[in-house]
Design a protein around this ligand. Structure first.
Ligand SMILES: *[C@@H]1O[C@H](CO)[C@@H](O)[C@H](O)[C@H]1NC(C)=O
Ligand SMILES: *[C@@H]1O[C@H](CO)[C@@H](O)[C@H](O)[C@H]1NC(C)=O
Ligand SMILES: *[C@@H]1O[C@H](CO)[C@@H](O)[C@H](O)[C@H]1NC(C)=O
Ligand SMILES: *[C@@H]1O[C@H](CO)[C@@H](O)[C@H](O)[C@H]1NC(C)=O
Ligand SMILES: *[C@@H]1O[C@H](CO)[C@@H](O)[C@H](O)[C@H]1NC(C)=O
Ligand SMILES: *[C@@H]1O[C@H](CO)[C@@H](O)[C@H](O)[C@H]1NC(C)=O
Length: 477
């Protein structure tokens, strides 16, 4: 198999026309430029909208247009076909809007091509010059992006939370906290509108970098009184420190549960690409948006830092990576899995002009095209592929992990010894639900009596999932 792929590639390299066929792809991307985290209510800016749109347009030119050498075989060229494309993002304003902006680039308005003819022969075009709607699914896998105040808050995976917390007692963290104390304090003229003096430490490395990075992009001098203090040198230092901290929070080689976000993504990628193969190419393109923390933990898990130390750095806004399913098998038939390879590529930041993503090898290997079967076995070592596995790995027993019907093989199942005094789980569940309902009804009655009718708003402010720096105790006051 390996020999087959490499030898045909070798031949392909000799012939002027590449014989490679692209069968499908999984794209994972970061949101575009946004407002700073420190003030909450983060939103995508026009610049950020532009960035994700440009990145999406690149993938349009690569995967969709008819004469592209990398066009995904059989993908509809002008009008989106919902069976061929899946798109998802966590429920978060910045990420969802980014995904929408990106998809507008992937399938731009289809004037005329998408018009419909009614029974009375009138033709109707979509608003906005034929704007195409693409459904965006919320990400199901344990995400809780609404009130994530730090990296693992977005996953509510208990063991991952504990693991990332342990970072704050590591030697590496404490050494940097100490050695950078004066550096952060020296930034106080630039920071004092948003941080208290005690918050100006390495502990808030990301939020501080983020605040100044946003200001360097958006604030003219009158809105950024000490702008000249942010020299290139200081900027680079802030970015390196934030990256060091965030990478360590997202991935630790001797403590794999820390990378739960990347493990879940690896499982989603595997399942998406596998769908393309098992459906014989009916499903073709997956697009997912997520936070840089997910990139970093995925990078760690698939050993990209072995290919370039740059992968331990926070990817820029609108960065994207793509995993392509390719084959050199001739003809038009969908090839056997043994004839399919997987290629990884990444682009740091948005893609404009003649830029394109760079190909990197995964799993510490030297070759950049992995046979599908090797990709599957390597991915399975690091991926979380089901809720059941997630519950086991995370040690969670509540919520979806408490489902009575699932028969866990791990330690999560507490029902095997007869449950609560011999009561069957189903009965216990019904009683539990009735008690809960009674409590809710009681509370609602109280609510109406005392407070009048008001729907409590869920906290949405600053909900972008990737708020990783723990600021809770400092920021509340
Ligand atoms: C055709 O039907 C549509 C939708 O009912 C209506 O808006 C339109 O005015 C009709 N056109 C004619 C020519 O009757
Ligand atoms: C990585 O994990 C190991 C084992 O749990 C721990 O000793 C070490 O401090 C961790 N390093 C960081 C930077 O969190
Ligand atoms: C940038 O401008 C905004 C809006 O005026 C302000 O809230 C923020 O503090 C400024 N940032 C810096 C670093 O001065
Ligand atoms: C791919 O999907 C098929 C059909 O659903 C399933 O049997 C198989 O286990 C999947 N393979 C992987 C690697 O997930
Ligand atoms: C790492 O990033 C630097 C700066 O952007 C770049 O010059 C270098 O080529 C990158 N290294 C690799 C292996 O991609
Ligand atoms: C992306 O660029 C940032 C600098 O803006 C850098 O810190 C990071 O290492 C880069 N990542 C990769 C994979 O090149």
């Amino acid at each position: 198999m390996r020999f087959f792929l490499e030898s045909t590639l070798f031949l392909a390299a000799l012939s002027p026309v590449s014989a490679e066929r692209v069968l499908g792809a999984y794209v994972f991307a970061r949101h575009g430029d946004r407002t700073p985290k420190v003030f909450g209510n983060t939103r995508l800016t026009n610049l950020g909208y532009r960035e994700v749109f440009d990145a999406g347009s690149y993938y349009h030119n690569r995967y969709i247009v008819a004469d592209s050498p990398h066009r995904i075989e059989g993908i509809d060229e002008k009008v989106v076909n919902a069976k061929q494309i899946s798109a998802s993002a966590p429920s978060d304003a910045v990420l969802q809007n980014s995904a929408t902006g990106f998809l507008q680039g992937v399938y731009p308005p289809a004037r005329n091509a998408a018009s419909e003819t009614l029974a009375n022969t009138t033709t109707v075009e979509a608003p906005l010059d034929g704007y195409q709607l693409i459904q965006l699914s919320p990400i199901s896998s344990g995400k809780n992006s609404e009130d994530a105040t730090w990296l693992q808050g977005a996953s509510d995976c208990q063991r991952a939370g504990l693991s990332s917390n342990n970072y704050y007692t590591s030697d590496s963290y404490n050494a940097l906290l100490k050695s950078t104390k004066d550096f952060y304090q020296s930034l106080s003229p630039m920071l004092d509108r948003a941080f208290t003096s005690s918050q100006m430490t390495f502990k808030n490395a990301y939020t501080i970098f983020d605040y100044l990075n946003v200001a360097s992009i958006h604030n003219a001098t009158k809105d950024f009184p000490h702008k000249s203090d942010l020299t290139d040198e200081v900027y680079r230092q802030l970015l390196a420190l934030a990256s060091n901290q965030q990478y360590n929070l997202a991935y630790n080689a001797s403590d794999q549960v820390r990378a739960i976000e990347g493990a879940v993504l690896a499982g989603e990628i595997l399942s998406g690409l596998n769908d393309t193969i098992t459906s014989q190419g009916k499903s073709k393109l997956n697009v997912q948006f997520g936070a840089y923390g997910t990139f970093l933990s995925y990078f760690g898990l698939v050993q990209l830092p072995a290919a370039s130390v740059n992968f331990t750095g926070i990817p820029d806004y609108a960065s994207s990576m793509s995993l392509e399913l390719v084959t050199n098998s001739p003809g038009k038939d969908f090839p056997a899995p043994s004839e399919i390879g997987v290629r990884f590529m990444f682009h740091n930041g948005t893609i404009t002009g003649s830029d394109k993503p760079t190909v990197y090898p995964l799993f510490g290997q030297s070759k950049t095209l992995l046979p599908w079967n090797d990709f599957v076995s390597e991915t399975k070592k690091i991926a979380v592929v089901s809720d059941e596995k997630w519950c086991q790995v995370c040690g969670n027993t509540e919520g979806k992990c408490a489902a009575p019907s699932s028969s866990h093989s791990g330690s999560v199942d507490t029902s095997t010894a007869g449950g609560s005094g011999g009561m069957s789980r189903a009965v216990a569940g019904v009683i539990g639900a009735m008690v809960t309902l009674a409590v809710i009804l009681g509370l609602e009655a109280l609510f109406f009596l005392v407070g009048g009718f008001r729907i409590a708003k869920r906290r949405k402010a600053g909900s972008e999932v990737e708020v990783p720096t723990v600021m809770t105790e400092d920021k509340k006051s």
